[in-house]
Design a protein around this ligand. Structure first.
Ligand code: PEP
Ligand code: MG
Length: 590
């Protein structure tokens, strides 16, 4: 601990609640700053040794990560690191670095970086997408080497020895594939927002997360002792004894709250006036399914399958997908599992999607169902795997980012094609699998009556719906304050979707983050939503809340807030409702 150093408090946006303490572990991705300094002649041999040692350490790091991935997802996916190993040991790069160093006067890191930059520029000139893709591999490997040379340790080599608070400009979903999740005490990033994937993952891990800390690398150093408050977006670097005492009290109260929430799990999820609210969980892989929670919830409401692909860095084969979906189905204890087809693109940038050039508007671009309908081979493989997993328990197929009837028609047709293929080949599969669409694009929200002819259910993806509705990028921290889930326009469209769906007997759930927010959930229930899907960590609290409120009071709340013009006042009314209903039960409300 660092009592001698003064406490420095940083403020950001708290996107995953909780309080944590621990050492900071910065993880840098890019733009490693490489210093240039003169090395006296007597130290020049040591410099080469330092370079060789960094190469050895990097080899060790890559082997370790490869092994971790092999254990988690299999050998084929982990084989990408064989390519990294070849690049690491590339004789041309090593020899040119050493010969430039011998001819010059500066430190060896400086020449290594120059040589790597030269190779990257050369690869960039090659008119072959496969070769251009190698650029990111070279960058990845060279960042690891530079990290070891500069003594910064982890630069994308995310094998964490001790539990720590991770600090970075941002994390990509695939970064989390490389991190032992039980070592993450908390997360701090420069970029991001409440619905960025880092925030979603932090909430699913149940660790506090704060985004929007500008120049984070300059303000938090490796090994700094931190105390972070994910509710209020506060970070104390070198916390004072007084801050530590204060947060110990807060932690105790929160622990007691959690105990109260968990104790409500075995009871029915029912409002005081007897309306059953189904609570299901959002998962990224079968590993996210906890048996304790599954016993007391209603299945999986959203399986974000693209994470399996992002984790492995490859397009998974049918067999690999089948195993992954089957495991999720088996762990779901006979309850339904809604498997969402690939939602790649947008911020879930996947190298293998082979874009000719970076998109100007990735969230409005080649994403989700658009990509799948353009790659029927990839899509059919996934559909076949889902249908086959359906033999082991009830599954449903859900398509992301549907924006027109044409897409849902075509997607449904391909489900039929997949079924026909399996039947022809004599492969066991489920035949009656409900098919649904995510409602996350305003155009889909406006044609619920038409979609009802093609869908067995719909699920509202509020994370995207909000961004498309009010034209605010969900991951851009500069405009995070404009991302208003309670914008009156958002409320109106949500109310319309739910009432149209009910009119056409189309089951409707909500699987965006709004469903797991105890302040917003009563409003959704007041609109008539009877299924909420959320990260496992929220089920206890939402069930506790559901059991304390009546649907009629939630309907009254809805009528009241639909008349309010400003989102801040809407949030105020929702908070007041939450406190009114939870007061007396909890030790502390955040
Ligand atoms: C959503 O958009 O609300 C959603 C659930 O999907 P994702 O967050 O994966 O885009
Ligand atoms: Mg979405």
């Amino acid at each position: 601990m660092a009592e001698e150093k003064p406490e420095v408090v940083l403020s950001g946006l708290g996107v995953s609640g909780g309080v944590a303490r621990g050492v900071a572990l910065p993880i840098y991705h890019s733009d490693v700053e490489v210093p240039a300094y003169e090395v006296p002649p007597e130290k020049r041999d040591d410099e080469v040794k330092r370079f060789e040692a960094a190469l050895v350490q990097t080899r060790h790091d890559i082997q370790l990560i490869k092994k971790e991935l092999e254990d988690k997802v299999g050998e084929i996916e982990a084989s990408i690191f064989d390519a990294h190993m070849l690049l690491l040991e590339d004789v041309a790069i090593i020899q040119e670095t050493i010969s430039q160093f011998r001819a010059g006067t500066y430190n060896i890191d400086y020449y290594y970086m120059k040589v790597v930059e030269k190779f990257i520029a050369a690869f960039g000139q090659i008119d072959d997408p496969f070769m251009r893709e190698r650029i990111s591999d070279i960058k990845d490997v060279s960042h690891r080497v530079l990290g070891n040379l500069l003594g910064k340790g982890q630069t994308r080599s995310l094998n964490i020895a001790e539990p720590a608070i991770l600090v970075s400009e941002d994390f990509s979903p695939s970064d989390f594939a490389l991190i032992a999740k039980d070592k993450i005490l908390g997360i701090i990033t420069e970029r991001g927002s409440k619905t960025s994937h880092t925030a979603i993952i932090a909430r699913s891990l149940g660790v506090p997360c704060i985004v929007g800390i500008s120049s984070v690398a300059e303000r938090i150093a490796n090994g700094d002792y931190l105390l972070i408050d994910g509710y209020n977006g506060k970070i104390a670097v070198n916390p004072s004894a007084e801050s530590i005492r204060h947060y110990e009290e807060v932690e105790n109260l929160l622990r007691e709250n959690r105990r109260i929430f968990v104790s409500s799990l075995p009871f029915p999820s029912e409002t005081t006036d007897g309306v059953r609210i189904r609570l299901s969980v959002n998962i990224n892989s079968a590993a996210d399914i906890s048996e304790d929670i599954m016993k007391y919830s209603d299945g999986v409401g959203l399986f974000r399958t693209e994470n399996l692909f992002l984790d492995s860095g490859t397009f998974l084969e049918e067999e690999q997908q089948f195993e992954a979906y089957k495991l999720a189905v088996q762990k779901s204890l006979g309850k339904p599992v809604v498997i969402r087809t690939l939602d790649l693109g947008g911020d879930k940038n996947f190298q293998l999607m082979k874009m000719d050039h970076p998109e100007e508007n990735p969230f409005m671009g080649y994403r989700a169902i658009r990509f799948c309908l353009d790659h029927e081979d990839v899509f059919i493989k996934q559909l076949r795997a889902i249908l086959r997993a359906g033999v082991y328990g009830p599954v449903k197929i859900m398509f992301p980012m549907i924006s027109s009837l044409r897409e849902i028609e075509r997607a449904r047709l391909l489900v039929d094609t997949a079924k026909e293929q399996l039947a022809r080949e004599g492969i066991a599969h489920a035949d009656k699998v409900p098919v649904g669409a995510m409602i996350e694009v305003p155009s889909a929200a406006m044609i619920i009556d038409m979609l009802a002819d093609y869908c067995d259910f719909v699920s509202i993806g509020t994370n995207d719906l909000i961004q498309y509705m009010i034209a605010v990028d969900r991951v851009n921290d500069k405009i995070a304050s404009l991302y208003e889930p309670m914008h009156p326009a958002v409320l109106r469209i949500l109310d319309k979707i739910v009432s149209d769906a009910r009119k056409f007997n189309l089951p409707v759930s909500v699987c965006g983050e709004m469903a797991s927010d105890p302040v917003y959930a009563p409003l959704l229930i007041g609109m008539g939503v009877t299924e909420l899907s959320m990260s496992s960590g929220s089920v206890g609290e939402i069930k506790f809340l559901v059991r304390k409120i009546s649907r009629s009071s939630a309907e009254e709340l809805k009528r009241e807030v639909l008349k309010i013009r400003r989102s801040r006042e809407i949030v105020g009314a929702l908070r007041a409702y939450y406190y009114r209903n939870m007061k007396g039960y909890l030790n502390i409300t955040q």
